[in-house]
Design a protein around this ligand. Structure first.
Ligand code: TXE
Length: 478
């Protein structure tokens, strides 16, 4: 049994009561997590506040070097981190090894370098004046992260926040605390000054809420559900504190008849089911041109039938467990709802039978539902599990209107060989990101974030440097 502790002012701290951390693959308790409240949050914010001036006075080079050392230590411990992430989330070890941990390392490296190449604007006014922009640290940043990509998303926020001279208090998901704990250990190892990086574990409604309401927290960067995002926005709005929200999605995968079918089918499966469909970018609404609807459904079904579902620790496993019993029930509730709304199950729909301790895990078959109205609740609300709905369309205009008829606007993928159609459709979809003939091909320089109920603000590359700083213009008369 592991004991997870808070990391405050460079020291490990326990709390009086704890939360059980359950392995999604077996239902067993694998760790105790601190159940923090106001007192722990106050201590962490005070530590971060005290450390901030000294941290921001270091040269950019020095801060960059700390981040590079963190990246090196993450790399040295990659195998251990991969296993922890898989144990905690139920995701296949192969996925944690190929995506989560390499991305966490890349995030620290990328922002360690990006900050050295930052060149905020300069605006000369003929011969009369010159304006230049300074990017100042914001102060103490609260970083609130979810359970689907724990270290990946924590590093995505922590690296740019620290690079820009802020100090941070992290509140990882209570369901997946293990890699945040390991990151705190690494931060200690590399000798980051005490108080620069703090971790407070606990429930969202307790530790999370206390953190976002704390007046000494000057910025909140949150990734999680849309409902929780609305609460965070309410807590920060009246005091005008910077807030970046990356929320839910119901992302369309749009397949035109002129697409490379094999690639489109493979792409739709990858977009729908990677990480058991628990990525905000997952394509859970597959919109297919009428003439190839059945072919795409059959092609996806054939691939899913071959997918290996089971022990996340087995390197050949492709689909692991959902994060919790409650979350699996939510997802199953949507499958039931889809049937009530007139949908038909083309594949999956039930719990797989798995041997030994895995029988108690939170597994669910990858599921395809057809025959639903594109306006049905199951086709428009975020399910966040291994469930996709497939809908036919007749022409480009209908594909675009179906893509835009949901409350979310995070990502989309468009599959076509017609170049001008690709550009036209991409420009017409109301979402922060559109991929053409690919899905989740990430470049850390590009703006990442959503429109509509998918959130507020953009992070990534220079957008992260802007998010985690205050732009100050200085105008000098010549
Ligand atoms: O996430 P929450 P949940 C979606 C997905 C999922 C739904 C709910 O549809 O089914 O959200 O998931 C902390 N103040 N996504 O309930 O609650 C919480 O402790 C401050 C999409 O697990 O949003 C955790 O650290 N913080 C998503 C973090 O917020 C609070 C990823 C996210 O948890 C808080 C996850 C509060 N009042 C779920 N309440 C994505 N965009 O990738 C909770 N938290």
């Amino acid at each position: 049994m592991r004991e997870i502790r808070n990391f405050i002012a460079g020291e490990w701290k326990s709390t009086a009561s704890s939360i059980d951390d359950v392995s999604p693959a077996t239902g067993e308790v694998v760790a105790w997590v601190p159940r923090s409240g106001q007192a722990e949050v106050d201590a962490a914010v005070a530590a971060a506040r005290e450390a901030q001036p000294g941290w921001s006075r270091l040269s950019t080079q020095e801060r960059s070097r700390y981040l590079l050392r963190i990246a090196e230590r993450l790399e040295a411990r990659a195998e251990e981190l991969t296993n922890l992430e898989s144990l905690d989330t139920g995701k296949p070890v192969a996925l944690a090894a190929s995506m989560d941990i390499p991305r966490a390392i890349a995030n620290f490296r990328f922002f360690a370098n990006a900050v050295l190449h930052d060149s905020p604007g300069c605006h000369p006014v003929d011969q009369s004046a010159i304006n230049y922009t300074l990017r100042k640290p914001v102060g103490v940043c609260a970083l609130i992260t979810p359970w689907n990509l724990p270290l990946y998303l924590l590093s995505w926020k922590a690296a740019p926040a620290l690079a820009m001279g802020n100090t941070v208090v992290c509140k990882p998901s209570e369901l997946t605390p293990l890699t945040a704990h390991a990151l705190a250990d690494i931060v200690r190892d590399v000798g980051l000054p005490p108080g620069v990086f703090n971790v407070v574990h606990g429930y969202g409604a307790e530790a999370g809420d206390a953190l976002v309401r704390h007046r000494d927290v000057k910025l909140v960067s949150f990734t999680g559900g849309t409902q929780t995002g609305a609460k965070v926005a309410e807590a920060t709005a009246a005091s005008f504190r910077k807030t970046s929200l990356e929320l839910g999605g119901k992302n369309p995968t749009i397949v035109f008849a002129d697409a490379d079918r094999a690639k489109a089918i493979e792409g739709a499966v990858r977009a729908g089911f990677t990480n058991q469909g628990q990525i905000c970018l997952c394509g859970s609404r597959v919109l297919v041109e009428q003439s190839i609807h059945d072919e795409v459904v059959e092609g996806m079904t054939r691939r899913l039938a071959k997918m290996r579902i089971g022990d996340p620790k087995d390197p050949s496993t492709q689909l692991g467990a959902l994060v919790s019993a409650a979350h699996r029930e939510k997802v199953e509730g949507y499958i039931k709802l889809a049937l009530e709304e007139g949908g038909k199950i083309a594949h999956g729909g039930g719990r797989p039978r798995l041997p030994g301790p895995l029988a108690n895990g939170f597994f669910l078959e990858p599921t395809i539902i057809t025959g639903l109205s594109s306006k049905a609740r199951a086709a428009t609300e975020e399910i966040f599990g291994p469930v996709v709905t497939v809908h036919p369309f007749d022409d480009d205009a209908r594909a675009i209107s179906m893509a835009n008829e949901v409350r979310y606007g995070l990502a989309a993928s468009v599959w076509t060989r017609d170049l001008s159609r690709a550009h036209r459709v991409a420009a017409a979809i109301d979402s922060g990101m559109v991929w053409v003939n690919t899905w989740m091909m990430r470049d850390l320089r590009v703006p990442f974030g959503g429109m509509k109920d998918s959130g507020l603000g953009r992070e990534g590359g220079v957008y992260s440097l802007e998010t985690f700083s205050e732009a100050r213009n200085v105008c000098v008369a010549l």
